[in-house]
Design a binder for this molecule. Structure first.
Ligand SMILES: *[C@@H]1O[C@H](CO)[C@@H](O)[C@H](O)[C@H]1NC(C)=O
Ligand SMILES: *[C@@H]1O[C@H](CO)[C@@H](O)[C@H](O)[C@H]1NC(C)=O
Ligand SMILES: *[C@@H]1O[C@H](CO)[C@@H](O)[C@H](O)[C@H]1NC(C)=O
Ligand SMILES: *[C@@H]1O[C@H](CO)[C@@H](O)[C@H](O)[C@H]1NC(C)=O
Ligand SMILES: *[C@@H]1O[C@H](CO)[C@@H](O)[C@H](O)[C@H]1NC(C)=O
Ligand SMILES: *[C@@H]1O[C@H](CO)[C@@H](O)[C@H](O)[C@H]1NC(C)=O
Ligand SMILES: *[C@@H]1O[C@H](CO)[C@@H](O)[C@H](O)[C@H]1NC(C)=O
Length: 635
């Protein structure tokens, strides 16, 4: 029934609003046919699995936060079949591999999927595809917008559009459909079959020095054992003293264009900050080219996760992260390549940056595209946020996970900053663009659009869902953002005070190491203020959760939904009693293991939500600081 409704919806939309929104991308680049075909109509993916596999998929997809290398948590089957319908044409594939994709995004409710078409067939020019729910991004537009910007500029990039997914006839919701960079992608794009020179830099801290990246980045061709060309490249970068030295081996204009992109969107998840999520590829008889991937954290989405470290090291008081200079954002990470390419003489980079602003990163160009994309996906986003008669949402396998609301989607596409699922700030998409545009225009003395440079330019903020102020929510008790009806907040745990902005652990080599266990797993009772004292007579003899230490009860085992987060961990809400309750288990300091992340200058987390994994271990993010995940979490 639902399925029929949706197909009808698709048909209606197709019939009624033929908006050629591909006009934004223009003619600079030929995209694969799959993406040209789906510009104005969603692809419908229908996957068929055996009953066993379907049950397994639900089980693994419901596990939640399972980062790491545990094969038991993975889901992958080679026995899937697939029918893709685009514009009334069905394409069937019987040899298909389906797996649950994504790493840190496994924590969310709706899971992402990787699809691989085998047997020598392809779907309009692609064999490897990703379907991503982009739960982290309230606007659901960031990945698509970034791909479109890249393609408009003619920069090597994956493409994106939207698709609907059914698994064994069950509607699983709307996804961002993207291609994936791999050997087959290179062959499609460059005609270079089984390339031996495609490296993926997935681990953090990849500064493209021989020391870090000779082993830190991985050749995507499993048959390659000889990495001498890569080593030669990195060695040459290490030795380079001038732009000319690098111009010979690296596509410098492309590289600087991507650095300009990272700067403009406030990216922390690529080369400059975390040092990952990029490829380097050398076409035959050409220079090495950088290709970025993973675009759900741009335009001020949780930007503090990387930029709070910049803020601390550069002694910046302002938390308006769009108003940081190139020098500030790049200097605080050690990227020797950028010393040569930018800081020794910034003329070339400055021109590329200004050009980026003029050509695409400006409100007059981006806002209309955001508007058309937003209206295009609106009905599917609405469906995704509507529970069925059993209270279930399409494709949501991990029921314990939090979701952002329809109001937050609507507002975050515009100018409203909201609190992300991780209690970090997610700038309004248009707000970030407007402010960054103004900042760069002023800083570089550019002549820019007077409409948007005008400080009186009018825009609306949705106060109902707005996160005012700094990173992490501030003010009184959590107002229950996103909660059904929103538990009224009063009596809730106090929001943390302004957080000490620590760095991120991804570049721990640059952070002073301290041995003073400032706040390992001690419970900061002292920082909790008066509003809770009347209740704090709870016996402290057996403490089960941190909340008990400040006079609240622990949530019943059934009640696992997180409505708020502060220095006392995760908070749930007991709707029957109308009370906040604690979710984060209490671990006695004396009995707890020593905190492994202290030697890197970070305390250990109280909660168990993993956000990033690197060679040092698993990292969480609490109260605006990175922290080490403790081993009790794996129990
Ligand atoms: C990339 O291609 C290789 C070789 O075909 C394959 O083994 C690998 O699983 C692919 N990786 C991804 C992420 O699809
Ligand atoms: C930031 O302040 C510290 C301590 O005062 C100082 O050592 C450091 O040089 C300052 N950094 C910058 C970039 O100004
Ligand atoms: C590059 O990264 C490696 C590994 O993190 C680190 O040891 C090295 O100091 C870095 N190089 C520079 C110049 O920052
Ligand atoms: C910067 O340029 C000067 C000459 O203008 C050169 O001597 C120096 O090695 C360069 N440094 C870097 C890091 O490129
Ligand atoms: C800086 O680079 C520009 C070209 O990118 C060049 O014209 C200029 O002479 C350089 N400046 C110095 C001081 O070397
Ligand atoms: C912009 O103009 C100001 C004032 O004339 C000047 O100090 C500054 O150096 C200029 N900035 C750039 C990037 O040219
Ligand atoms: C917990 O869940 C079980 C089964 O789902 C139910 O029987 C029980 O009443 C629930 N307990 C509470 C306190 O909600």
């Amino acid at each position: 029934m639902l399925k029929r409704t949706i197909e009808l919806l698709v048909l209606l939309l197709y019939a009624t609003c033929i908006v050629a929104y591909s006009s934004f991308i223009g003619e600079n680049k030929k995209r694969p046919e799959l993406f040209e075909l789906t510009d104005n109509e969603l692809a419908i993916f229908k996957i068929t699995l055996s009953e066993n596999d379907a049950a397994l998929l639900k089980e693994k997809g419901g596990l939640g936060n399972v980062m790491g290398e545990d094969i038991d948590n993975e889901f992958k089957t080679k026995k899937a079949s697939l029918v893709v319908s685009i514009k009334d044409t069905d394409k069937s594939f019987n040899k298909v591999t389906l797996s649950i994709g994504g790493t840190s995004s496994r924590e969310f409710g709706k899971q992402g999927y990787n699809v691989k078409i085998r047997g020598g067939e392809n779907l309009y020019g692609r064999t490897q595809l990703r379907l991503r729910p982009d739960v982290r991004d309230a606007s659901f537009l960031r990945s698509k917008l970034v791909c479109d910007i890249h393609n408009r500029l003619g920069v090597p990039s994956i493409s994106a559009n939207y698709a609907l997914l059914y698994i064994n006839e069950e509607y699983m919701g709307v996804y961002v459909l993207m291609d994936a960079i791999n050997l087959s992608w290179i062959e499609f794009e460059y005609g270079d079959k089984d390339t031996t020179t495609l490296y993926q830099c997935k681990n953090t801290k990849q500064n493209l020095t021989l020391e870090a990246s000779s082993t830190g980045c991985e050749n995507k061709n499993e048959d390659v054992t000889d990495n001498s060309e890569w080593i030669k490249f990195l060695t040459a970068l290490d030795k380079a003293n001038s732009m000319e030295d690098i111009d010979d081996i690296l596509d410098v204009d492309l590289f600087l264009t991507e650095i300009a992109f990272e700067y403009l969107v406030g990216s922390y998840d690529h080369f400059t900050n975390f040092g990952h999520n990029f490829y380097l590829y050398k076409p035959k008889n050409d220079k090495w080219k950088i290709i970025l991937y993973d675009f759900d954290s741009e335009f001020g989405q949780e930007v503090a996760m990387g930029y709070n470290r910049v803020r601390k090291e550069q002694n910046i008081t302002s938390s308006e992260y769009y108003a940081y200079s190139v020098e500030q954002t790049v200097r605080s990470v050690q990227r020797p390549l950028l010393d040569v390419l930018i800081f020794n003489n910034s003329t070339r980079f400055d021109n590329i940056l200004k050009n980026y602003i003029t050509k695409v990163f400006n409100p007059a160009t981006l806002f209309p595209h955001i508007d058309e994309l937003k209206e295009y996906i609106r009905p599917y986003v609405e469906l995704d946020k509507t529970p069925n008669e059993n209270g279930k949402y399409p494709g949501k396998l991990n029921e314990a996970s939090d979701d952002l609301s329809l109001a937050e989607w609507d507002a975050n596409c515009e100018f409203t900053n909201i609190r992300s699922i991780h209690s970090s700030k997610a700038y309004g998409l248009k707000y970030w663009i407007l402010q960054k545009y103004r900042y760069v225009c002023k800083t570089y003395n550019m002549t820019c659009d007077p409409i948007y440079m005008d400080e009186n330019y009018k825009y609306t903020i949705d106060k109902e869902v707005e996160l005012p102020g700094d990173d992490i929510y501030v003010g009184g008790g959590p107002g229950g953002p996103g909660g059904p009806g929103g538990p009224g907040g009063p009596g809730g745990p106090d929001a943390p005070g302004s957080s000490d902005n620590s760095g991120n652990p991804m570049d721990s080599n640059t952070i002073s190491i301290t041995n003073t266990p400032t706040s390992t797993v001690t419970i900061p009772i002292t920082t909790t203020t008066t509003t809770t004292t009347s209740k704090s007579e709870t016996s402290l003899s057996i403490i089960n959760c941190i909340a008990e230490l400040i006079g609240y009860k622990c949530c019943s085992p059934n009640n696992t939904k997180v409505y708020a987060h502060d220095e006392n961990g995760d908070w749930g809400y007991d709707f029957k009693k109308g009370e906040w309750c604690g979710l984060t288990p209490y671990v006695d300091n004396d009995k707890a293991e020593t905190c492994w992340s202290e030697i890197f200058g970070y305390s250990c987390c109280k909660g168990c939500t993993i956000y990033e994994v690197d060679n040092d271990g698993s990292w969480g993010y609490e109260n605006g600081e990175w922290c080490g995940i403790q081993s009790y979490c794996s129990k």
